[in-house]
Design a protein around this ligand. Structure first.
Ligand SMILES: NC(=O)c1ccc[n+]([C@@H]2O[C@H](COP(=O)([O-])OP(=O)(O)OC[C@H]3O[C@@H](n4cnc5c(N)ncnc54)[C@H](O)[C@@H]3O)[C@@H](O)[C@H]2O)c1
Length: 339
């Protein structure tokens, strides 16, 4: 018996279109819809955490396992296995490293091992883009990104696809050199955008239609009183926004509410734990809006709070698209799984 499996490293993944944001947004939307219609199996994250408290993981690191199966055109099972080494930067390494294993849903055998590091930043950007498309003002022109790390470029790329009218971008980072570096890249890639690295987060937030948080902060630094009418505040990571941001929101929207509660580290999850937010206070998940069961933004004045925790099914869907392309084009390294 000989069973082969395909290995796709970062270069192979790029050759088969992992950096195609428009396709990634389409995949992510399909996954949200399939999740809402019950056509996935998504048992949630298992967190292998170093340190004693959930806060410790942003110092000592973690590896998360996120298995899943996704039906529809994807018809693929698998697992995302994502390591996070917050101190990796001291060694010149990225914080996150991702392996995706795809399994045939019928035989359950592994058909592909892929570098999913870019898959992960692309799908997180795409998730932000879908939220922006559904929840921000159509005329949104000013955005703030908090956290100029690995997620920031794809957050902005997807935001510009969803809202091409964004003309001003504030970038705030606890390490100002990161904000400066990212601002330089934005100016190069988007000449129509005024990119401003800033240490004054209050003024930036007060001026913004969209505030997108992708930091490793362990204390909130965005205050609800700063949010302007009609703004969208995006809690893509954990702790950046205070409880007043949620209290002031006319709508609370998320990607996967049960997973957010299970993970229990974002602002809205902690408020739910403390009895300050109830299940019925969650206006919608993105899939319900995409499937037409719930509304997105309804007027120019409402403040919307969005929280995303992510799920392995997003990465599995995108990797499945890349895997199918790799088979078609003969890209990647065939390995003998069983000789
Ligand atoms: N929702 C999702 O699906 C999803 C997916 C991937 C990553 N994330 C989260 O996004 C966050 C960022 O991920 P990344 O890969 O870009 O990490 P990264 O380490 O590459 O970048 C993080 C950036 O945040 C900055 N930062 C850290 N603490 C800060 C603070 N208190 N205030 C302002 N800036 C601060 C760092 O200097 C760095 O530039 C992480 O918390 C990660 O867990 C969420």
């Amino acid at each position: 018996m000989n069973v082969k499996t395909l290995f796709l490293n970062n270069k192979a993944m790029e050759e088969v279109g992992v950096l195609d944001m428009a396709s990634t947004i389409r995949d992510v939307e399909k996954v949200y819809r399939l999740f809402d219609s019950g056509d996935v199996i998504s048992p949630g994250k298992c967190v292998l955490r170093w340190g004693k408290t959930p806060e410790d993981e942003n110092v000592y690191g973690r590896i998360n396992a996120m298995p899943g199966f996704i039906a529809g055109e994807f018809d693929m099972a698998g697992i995302k296995w994502i390591g996070s080494g917050p101190m990796n930067y001291k060694k010149g390494l990225p914080r996150a490293s991702v392996t995706v294993i795809l399994n045939d849903p019928e035989t359950k055998l592994p058909v592909c091992f892929a570098d999913g590091t870019e898959v992960s930043t692309m799908r997180t950007g795409a998730s932000g883009g879908v939220a922006i498309k559904l929840l921000s003002r159509e005329d949104a022109s000013v955005m703030t990104i908090c956290g100029a790390g690995a997620q920031a470029p794809t957050q902005f790329e997807a935001a510009k696809i969803a809202r091409p009218g964004i003309k001003k971008l504030y970038i705030y980072d606890i390490r100002p050199e990161n904000a400066e570096r990212f601002a330089g890249k934005v100016r190069e890639k988007y000449p129509d955008v005024e990119a401003i690295a800033t240490g004054d987060i209050e003024s930036a937030a007060r001026d913004s239609d969209i505030i997108d948080c992708v930091t490793l902060a362990s204390e909130p630094f965005i205050k609800g009183e700063w949010l302007k009418k009609g703004s969208l505040v995006m809690n893509m990571a954990d702790y950046e926004v205070d409880r007043d941001c949620v209290r002031r929101a006319d709508k609370i929207v998320c990607d996967f509410w049960e997973s957010i509660k299970h993970r229990m580290i974002s602002t809205v999850a902690l408020m739910w734990r403390d009895g300050l937010v109830k299940d019925e206070d969650i206006h919608a998940e993105l899939g319900q809006i995409l499937n037409g069961k719930k509304s997105g933004r309804e007027n120019e004045n409402e403040i919307i709070y969005f929280n995303a925790v992510g799920a392995g099914i997003l990465d599995i869907a995108i990797t499945a698209r890349c895997y199918k392309k790799a088979i078609e084009k003969g890209i990647g390294t065939n390995l003998d799984f069983w000789e």
